[in-house]
Design a protein around this ligand. Sequence first.
Ligand SMILES: [Zn+2]
Length: 385
Amino acid sequence: MSTIVDQWVKRLKGKLPPVGEMTHWQRMTDAFDLKPTDYVPAAPELDYWQITYAGYSHREIYNDVDKTTDACIKTWADIRTDAIWMYVDIGHQLESFVPPEKRAEHFILRGDKDYLLFKPVAETLDDAIAMFEQKVWEKYGPDSRAATHYTPHMLQLLEFQEKMDRQVPIIVGIGTPTNYAETVVEVQRFLKWMVTEPESKIRYYLDLCLKERLAALDFYAQFAAKNGAQFCCAFGGARTWGPRHLDKFGDVDRIWVEKARTIFPYLFWHICGHNLPHALQMVSGWQGIKAVQYDMPYYGQEMPWPQWFEQVAKLLKGKQCAANAPTTQLACHGTSEQVTRMVREFIDSTLPHTTACVMPGCEIDSFSPTANVKAMIDAARARKL
Ligand SMILES: [Zn+2]
Protein backbone atom coordinates (compact mmCIF):
# COMPACT_ATOMS: atom_id res chain seq x y z
CA MET A 1 0.00 0.00 0.00
CA SER A 2 1.34 3.37 -0.92
CA THR A 3 0.62 6.69 0.77
CA ILE A 4 1.15 8.75 -2.36
CA VAL A 5 -1.40 6.64 -4.23
CA ASP A 6 -3.95 6.83 -1.42
CA GLN A 7 -3.61 10.61 -1.29
CA TRP A 8 -4.38 10.84 -4.99
CA VAL A 9 -7.27 8.39 -4.85
CA LYS A 10 -8.80 10.37 -2.00
CA ARG A 11 -8.44 13.57 -3.98
CA LEU A 12 -9.76 12.22 -7.31
CA LYS A 13 -12.12 9.30 -6.83
CA GLY A 14 -15.70 10.28 -7.62
CA LYS A 15 -14.67 13.90 -8.05
CA LEU A 16 -13.52 14.08 -11.65
CA PRO A 17 -15.89 15.36 -14.33
CA PRO A 18 -16.65 12.68 -16.93
CA VAL A 19 -15.03 12.96 -20.33
CA GLY A 20 -17.57 11.92 -22.97
CA GLU A 21 -19.90 8.98 -22.44
CA MET A 22 -17.28 6.31 -21.85
CA THR A 23 -14.59 5.95 -19.23
CA HIS A 24 -11.01 6.28 -20.41
CA TRP A 25 -10.66 2.54 -19.88
CA GLN A 26 -13.66 1.70 -22.09
CA ARG A 27 -12.53 4.10 -24.79
CA MET A 28 -9.13 2.42 -24.95
CA THR A 29 -10.35 -1.17 -24.80
CA ASP A 30 -13.08 -0.60 -27.38
CA ALA A 31 -10.77 1.16 -29.83
CA PHE A 32 -8.24 -1.66 -29.42
CA ASP A 33 -11.07 -4.20 -29.91
CA LEU A 34 -12.00 -2.37 -33.15
CA LYS A 35 -15.38 -1.28 -31.75
CA PRO A 36 -16.96 2.17 -32.02
CA THR A 37 -16.10 4.75 -29.34
CA ASP A 38 -17.51 8.17 -28.40
CA TYR A 39 -14.21 9.90 -29.19
CA VAL A 40 -10.96 8.72 -30.66
CA PRO A 41 -8.86 7.91 -27.57
CA ALA A 42 -5.79 10.05 -26.91
CA ALA A 43 -2.90 8.36 -25.13
CA PRO A 44 0.37 10.13 -25.97
CA GLU A 45 3.47 8.48 -24.56
CA LEU A 46 4.25 11.04 -21.87
CA ASP A 47 6.75 9.12 -19.80
CA TYR A 48 9.56 11.73 -19.64
CA TRP A 49 7.30 14.71 -20.33
CA GLN A 50 5.05 14.19 -17.33
CA ILE A 51 8.04 14.43 -14.98
CA THR A 52 8.83 17.98 -16.03
CA TYR A 53 5.18 18.92 -16.45
CA ALA A 54 4.67 18.03 -12.78
CA GLY A 55 7.57 20.29 -11.81
CA TYR A 56 10.26 17.72 -11.13
CA SER A 57 13.69 17.42 -12.69
CA HIS A 58 14.85 14.11 -14.06
CA ARG A 59 17.67 14.02 -11.50
CA GLU A 60 15.13 14.43 -8.74
CA ILE A 61 13.03 11.44 -9.75
CA TYR A 62 15.88 9.19 -10.86
CA ASN A 63 15.78 7.19 -7.64
CA ASP A 64 12.57 8.54 -6.14
CA VAL A 65 9.62 6.25 -6.71
CA ASP A 66 7.00 8.44 -5.00
CA LYS A 67 7.89 11.53 -7.02
CA THR A 68 7.87 9.52 -10.25
CA THR A 69 4.40 8.16 -9.53
CA ASP A 70 3.19 11.54 -8.28
CA ALA A 71 4.23 13.13 -11.60
CA CYS A 72 2.29 10.57 -13.66
CA ILE A 73 -0.92 10.89 -11.64
CA LYS A 74 -0.75 14.68 -11.38
CA THR A 75 -0.36 14.97 -15.16
CA TRP A 76 -3.28 12.63 -15.77
CA ALA A 77 -5.52 14.45 -13.28
CA ASP A 78 -4.82 17.73 -15.10
CA ILE A 79 -4.99 16.75 -18.74
CA ARG A 80 -7.03 13.51 -18.66
CA THR A 81 -5.38 11.39 -21.29
CA ASP A 82 -7.09 8.05 -21.96
CA ALA A 83 -4.19 6.08 -20.51
CA ILE A 84 -1.27 6.67 -18.16
CA TRP A 85 2.15 5.65 -19.41
CA MET A 86 4.46 4.60 -16.64
CA TYR A 87 7.83 6.35 -16.58
CA VAL A 88 10.57 4.23 -18.18
CA ASP A 89 14.19 4.99 -19.01
CA ILE A 90 17.14 3.12 -20.41
CA GLY A 91 18.64 2.68 -16.94
CA HIS A 92 15.73 0.43 -16.02
CA GLN A 93 16.45 -1.67 -19.06
CA LEU A 94 20.22 -1.93 -18.83
CA GLU A 95 21.37 -1.51 -15.21
CA SER A 96 20.91 -5.18 -14.48
CA PHE A 97 23.58 -5.92 -17.11
CA VAL A 98 26.15 -3.63 -15.45
CA PRO A 99 28.09 -4.14 -12.19
CA PRO A 100 27.12 -1.45 -9.63
CA GLU A 101 30.57 0.19 -9.62
CA LYS A 102 30.47 0.65 -13.40
CA ARG A 103 27.01 2.20 -13.65
CA ALA A 104 28.14 5.79 -13.20
CA GLU A 105 30.15 5.65 -16.42
CA HIS A 106 27.37 3.97 -18.38
CA PHE A 107 24.47 6.27 -17.63
CA ILE A 108 24.61 10.02 -17.97
CA LEU A 109 21.94 12.41 -16.76
CA ARG A 110 22.79 15.55 -18.71
CA GLY A 111 20.19 18.08 -17.73
CA ASP A 112 16.95 18.47 -15.85
CA LYS A 113 14.80 17.75 -18.87
CA ASP A 114 17.10 15.57 -20.98
CA TYR A 115 16.85 11.92 -21.76
CA LEU A 116 19.12 9.60 -19.89
CA LEU A 117 22.13 8.89 -22.10
CA PHE A 118 23.93 5.57 -22.00
CA LYS A 119 26.89 3.71 -23.37
CA PRO A 120 26.31 0.22 -24.75
CA VAL A 121 26.98 -2.48 -22.18
CA ALA A 122 28.83 -4.78 -24.59
CA GLU A 123 31.41 -3.83 -27.21
CA THR A 124 31.55 -6.98 -29.28
CA LEU A 125 29.10 -9.69 -30.22
CA ASP A 126 31.17 -12.16 -28.20
CA ASP A 127 30.90 -9.94 -25.10
CA ALA A 128 27.16 -9.66 -25.59
CA ILE A 129 26.77 -13.41 -26.02
CA ALA A 130 28.86 -14.02 -22.87
CA MET A 131 26.64 -11.67 -20.84
CA PHE A 132 23.53 -13.56 -21.83
CA GLU A 133 25.17 -16.96 -21.36
CA GLN A 134 26.29 -15.99 -17.87
CA LYS A 135 22.90 -14.47 -17.06
CA VAL A 136 24.61 -11.46 -15.49
CA TRP A 137 21.23 -9.97 -14.52
CA GLU A 138 20.87 -12.63 -11.86
CA LYS A 139 23.88 -11.09 -10.13
CA TYR A 140 23.39 -7.39 -10.91
CA GLY A 141 19.61 -7.24 -11.16
CA PRO A 142 18.52 -7.25 -7.51
CA ASP A 143 19.98 -3.81 -6.70
CA SER A 144 19.46 -2.31 -10.17
CA ARG A 145 16.92 0.43 -10.86
CA ALA A 146 14.71 -2.19 -12.50
CA ALA A 147 14.18 -3.54 -8.99
CA THR A 148 14.50 -0.36 -6.91
CA HIS A 149 12.66 2.10 -9.18
CA TYR A 150 10.81 0.60 -12.16
CA THR A 151 8.99 -2.20 -10.33
CA PRO A 152 7.78 -0.24 -7.28
CA HIS A 153 6.72 2.61 -9.59
CA MET A 154 4.76 0.18 -11.76
CA LEU A 155 3.13 -1.35 -8.69
CA GLN A 156 2.09 2.09 -7.41
CA LEU A 157 0.47 3.03 -10.70
CA LEU A 158 -1.35 -0.30 -10.89
CA GLU A 159 -2.56 0.25 -7.34
CA PHE A 160 -3.92 3.60 -8.54
CA GLN A 161 -5.58 1.96 -11.54
CA GLU A 162 -7.34 -0.61 -9.36
CA LYS A 163 -8.31 1.77 -6.55
CA MET A 164 -9.83 4.11 -9.13
CA ASP A 165 -11.94 1.15 -10.33
CA ARG A 166 -10.23 0.97 -13.70
CA GLN A 167 -11.27 4.38 -14.96
CA VAL A 168 -7.97 4.75 -16.71
CA PRO A 169 -5.52 2.07 -17.79
CA ILE A 170 -1.83 2.05 -16.92
CA ILE A 171 0.44 1.21 -19.84
CA VAL A 172 3.30 -1.05 -18.86
CA GLY A 173 6.22 -1.02 -21.32
CA ILE A 174 8.46 -4.01 -22.09
CA GLY A 175 11.38 -4.34 -24.50
CA THR A 176 11.10 -7.20 -27.00
CA PRO A 177 13.93 -9.63 -27.89
CA THR A 178 15.11 -7.61 -30.91
CA ASN A 179 14.98 -4.41 -28.87
CA TYR A 180 17.28 -5.95 -26.23
CA ALA A 181 19.54 -7.49 -28.84
CA GLU A 182 20.10 -4.06 -30.37
CA THR A 183 20.12 -1.85 -27.27
CA VAL A 184 22.67 -3.89 -25.32
CA VAL A 185 25.29 -3.39 -28.06
CA GLU A 186 23.89 -0.27 -29.80
CA VAL A 187 21.63 -0.47 -32.85
CA GLN A 188 24.21 0.61 -35.45
CA ARG A 189 26.69 -2.03 -34.38
CA PHE A 190 24.16 -4.78 -34.40
CA LEU A 191 23.04 -3.81 -37.90
CA LYS A 192 26.65 -4.00 -39.05
CA TRP A 193 27.15 -7.43 -37.49
CA MET A 194 24.08 -8.76 -39.21
CA VAL A 195 26.13 -8.34 -42.38
CA THR A 196 29.66 -9.12 -41.15
CA GLU A 197 29.13 -11.90 -38.58
CA PRO A 198 28.13 -15.48 -39.43
CA GLU A 199 24.40 -15.98 -39.57
CA SER A 200 24.53 -18.82 -37.05
CA LYS A 201 26.17 -16.55 -34.47
CA ILE A 202 23.56 -13.83 -34.93
CA ARG A 203 20.89 -16.51 -34.61
CA TYR A 204 22.47 -17.84 -31.42
CA TYR A 205 22.62 -14.34 -29.88
CA LEU A 206 19.00 -13.57 -30.79
CA ASP A 207 17.88 -16.87 -29.31
CA LEU A 208 19.66 -15.98 -26.06
CA CYS A 209 17.84 -12.63 -26.03
CA LEU A 210 14.56 -14.41 -26.70
CA LYS A 211 15.15 -16.79 -23.81
CA GLU A 212 15.85 -13.93 -21.41
CA ARG A 213 12.79 -11.97 -22.62
CA LEU A 214 10.51 -15.00 -22.31
CA ALA A 215 11.69 -15.46 -18.74
CA ALA A 216 11.08 -11.75 -18.09
CA LEU A 217 7.45 -12.29 -19.08
CA ASP A 218 7.05 -14.59 -16.08
CA PHE A 219 7.94 -11.63 -13.89
CA TYR A 220 5.33 -9.48 -15.69
CA ALA A 221 2.69 -12.16 -15.33
CA GLN A 222 3.30 -12.29 -11.62
CA PHE A 223 3.84 -8.62 -10.81
CA ALA A 224 2.02 -6.66 -13.54
CA ALA A 225 -0.88 -8.78 -14.79
CA LYS A 226 -1.70 -10.20 -11.34
CA ASN A 227 -1.97 -6.63 -10.08
CA GLY A 228 -4.38 -5.61 -12.81
CA ALA A 229 -2.19 -4.63 -15.78
CA GLN A 230 -3.96 -5.29 -19.07
CA PHE A 231 -2.28 -2.79 -21.39
CA CYS A 232 1.26 -3.49 -22.47
CA CYS A 233 3.41 -1.63 -24.95
CA ALA A 234 5.91 -3.94 -26.60
CA PHE A 235 8.90 -1.78 -27.49
CA GLY A 236 9.98 -3.46 -30.68
CA GLY A 237 13.46 -3.36 -32.19
CA ALA A 238 14.33 -4.33 -35.75
CA ARG A 239 13.06 -0.98 -36.94
CA THR A 240 15.43 -0.60 -39.81
CA TRP A 241 15.99 -4.20 -40.75
CA GLY A 242 15.53 -5.00 -44.40
CA PRO A 243 12.97 -7.54 -45.56
CA ARG A 244 15.57 -10.31 -45.81
CA HIS A 245 16.70 -9.92 -42.19
CA LEU A 246 13.14 -9.58 -40.94
CA ASP A 247 12.16 -12.80 -42.65
CA LYS A 248 15.24 -14.54 -41.34
CA PHE A 249 15.34 -13.30 -37.72
CA GLY A 250 12.04 -11.51 -37.00
CA ASP A 251 10.51 -14.68 -35.62
CA VAL A 252 12.10 -14.11 -32.18
CA ASP A 253 9.68 -11.24 -31.61
CA ARG A 254 6.76 -13.27 -32.94
CA ILE A 255 7.53 -16.10 -30.51
CA TRP A 256 7.73 -13.56 -27.69
CA VAL A 257 4.32 -12.14 -28.71
CA GLU A 258 2.83 -15.63 -28.56
CA LYS A 259 3.57 -15.67 -24.85
CA ALA A 260 2.97 -11.98 -24.09
CA ARG A 261 -0.54 -12.14 -25.53
CA THR A 262 -1.51 -14.78 -22.97
CA ILE A 263 -0.53 -12.33 -20.19
CA PHE A 264 -1.82 -8.99 -21.53
CA PRO A 265 -5.19 -8.80 -23.31
CA TYR A 266 -4.31 -5.35 -24.68
CA LEU A 267 -0.85 -5.83 -26.07
CA PHE A 268 0.31 -3.31 -28.66
CA TRP A 269 3.42 -2.81 -30.73
CA HIS A 270 5.71 0.24 -30.69
CA ILE A 271 7.75 0.69 -33.84
CA CYS A 272 9.44 4.08 -33.97
CA GLY A 273 11.89 5.69 -36.35
CA HIS A 274 11.54 5.42 -40.09
CA ASN A 275 9.16 2.55 -40.70
CA LEU A 276 9.50 0.14 -43.52
CA PRO A 277 6.25 -1.18 -44.92
CA HIS A 278 7.66 -4.71 -44.63
CA ALA A 279 8.12 -4.38 -40.85
CA LEU A 280 4.58 -3.08 -40.44
CA GLN A 281 3.28 -5.87 -42.60
CA MET A 282 4.99 -8.44 -40.41
CA VAL A 283 3.55 -6.98 -37.18
CA SER A 284 0.07 -6.62 -38.69
CA GLY A 285 0.00 -10.37 -39.16
CA TRP A 286 0.67 -11.19 -35.50
CA GLN A 287 -2.27 -12.47 -33.45
CA GLY A 288 -2.59 -10.80 -30.07
CA ILE A 289 -1.25 -7.40 -31.15
CA LYS A 290 -4.26 -5.12 -30.68
CA ALA A 291 -2.75 -1.87 -31.94
CA VAL A 292 0.35 -0.62 -33.71
CA GLN A 293 2.04 2.59 -32.59
CA TYR A 294 3.88 3.42 -35.79
CA ASP A 295 6.01 6.30 -36.95
CA MET A 296 7.31 8.00 -40.06
CA PRO A 297 7.64 6.42 -43.50
CA TYR A 298 11.15 5.28 -44.35
CA TYR A 299 13.70 7.55 -46.00
CA GLY A 300 13.25 8.15 -49.67
CA GLN A 301 9.57 7.35 -49.61
CA GLU A 302 8.16 10.66 -50.80
CA MET A 303 4.70 10.47 -49.38
CA PRO A 304 2.38 13.09 -47.92
CA TRP A 305 1.26 12.29 -44.38
CA PRO A 306 -2.44 11.65 -45.09
CA GLN A 307 -1.41 9.08 -47.67
CA TRP A 308 0.94 7.33 -45.23
CA PHE A 309 -1.81 7.28 -42.57
CA GLU A 310 -4.18 5.77 -45.11
CA GLN A 311 -1.70 3.17 -46.29
CA VAL A 312 -1.09 1.95 -42.74
CA ALA A 313 -4.81 2.06 -41.85
CA LYS A 314 -5.58 -0.15 -44.85
CA LEU A 315 -2.86 -2.56 -43.81
CA LEU A 316 -4.28 -2.81 -40.27
CA LYS A 317 -7.90 -2.99 -41.41
CA GLY A 318 -9.94 -5.63 -39.57
CA LYS A 319 -6.89 -6.55 -37.48
CA GLN A 320 -5.49 -3.71 -35.40
CA CYS A 321 -6.06 -0.18 -34.18
CA ALA A 322 -3.74 2.44 -35.73
CA ALA A 323 -1.90 4.64 -33.21
CA ASN A 324 -0.13 7.77 -34.38
CA ALA A 325 -0.02 11.59 -34.68
CA PRO A 326 1.35 14.10 -34.41
CA THR A 327 5.03 13.30 -34.96
CA THR A 328 7.16 13.72 -31.86
CA GLN A 329 9.13 16.41 -33.74
CA LEU A 330 5.99 18.40 -34.44
CA ALA A 331 4.81 17.96 -30.85
CA CYS A 332 8.07 19.53 -29.71
CA HIS A 333 8.83 22.13 -32.36
CA GLY A 334 5.54 22.84 -34.11
CA THR A 335 2.68 25.17 -33.24
CA SER A 336 -0.50 23.90 -31.62
CA GLU A 337 -2.36 24.70 -34.87
CA GLN A 338 -0.04 22.35 -36.74
CA VAL A 339 -0.53 19.69 -34.08
CA THR A 340 -4.30 19.99 -34.37
CA ARG A 341 -4.15 19.75 -38.15
CA MET A 342 -2.00 16.65 -38.15
CA VAL A 343 -4.18 14.85 -35.59
CA ARG A 344 -7.24 15.63 -37.75
CA GLU A 345 -5.52 14.33 -40.85
CA PHE A 346 -4.58 11.16 -39.04
CA ILE A 347 -8.13 10.59 -37.79
CA ASP A 348 -9.71 11.40 -41.16
CA SER A 349 -7.37 9.11 -43.07
CA THR A 350 -7.58 6.25 -40.57
CA LEU A 351 -11.23 5.93 -39.52
CA PRO A 352 -12.61 4.79 -42.88
CA HIS A 353 -10.43 1.68 -42.52
CA THR A 354 -9.81 0.90 -38.83
CA THR A 355 -10.02 2.45 -35.36
CA ALA A 356 -7.57 5.17 -34.34
CA CYS A 357 -5.73 6.19 -31.20
CA VAL A 358 -3.96 9.54 -30.93
CA MET A 359 -0.49 8.44 -29.86
CA PRO A 360 2.64 9.86 -31.48
CA GLY A 361 5.05 7.23 -32.80
CA CYS A 362 7.47 7.61 -29.92
CA GLU A 363 7.65 9.30 -26.55
CA ILE A 364 6.90 12.99 -26.23
CA ASP A 365 10.04 15.04 -25.70
CA SER A 366 10.39 16.68 -22.29
CA PHE A 367 10.80 20.03 -24.00
CA SER A 368 7.44 19.83 -25.82
CA PRO A 369 5.15 22.74 -24.92
CA THR A 370 2.14 21.94 -22.76
CA ALA A 371 -0.08 23.71 -25.31
CA ASN A 372 0.91 21.12 -27.92
CA VAL A 373 0.16 18.17 -25.70
CA LYS A 374 -3.21 19.66 -24.84
CA ALA A 375 -3.85 20.41 -28.53
CA MET A 376 -3.49 16.74 -29.49
CA ILE A 377 -5.97 15.67 -26.83
CA ASP A 378 -8.41 18.46 -27.70
CA ALA A 379 -8.22 17.54 -31.38
CA ALA A 380 -9.26 13.97 -30.55
CA ARG A 381 -12.15 15.23 -28.43
CA ALA A 382 -13.31 17.93 -30.82
CA ARG A 383 -15.26 15.40 -32.79
CA LYS A 384 -18.02 13.09 -31.62
CA LEU A 385 -17.90 9.84 -33.53
ZN1 LIG B 1 10.31 4.84 -29.66
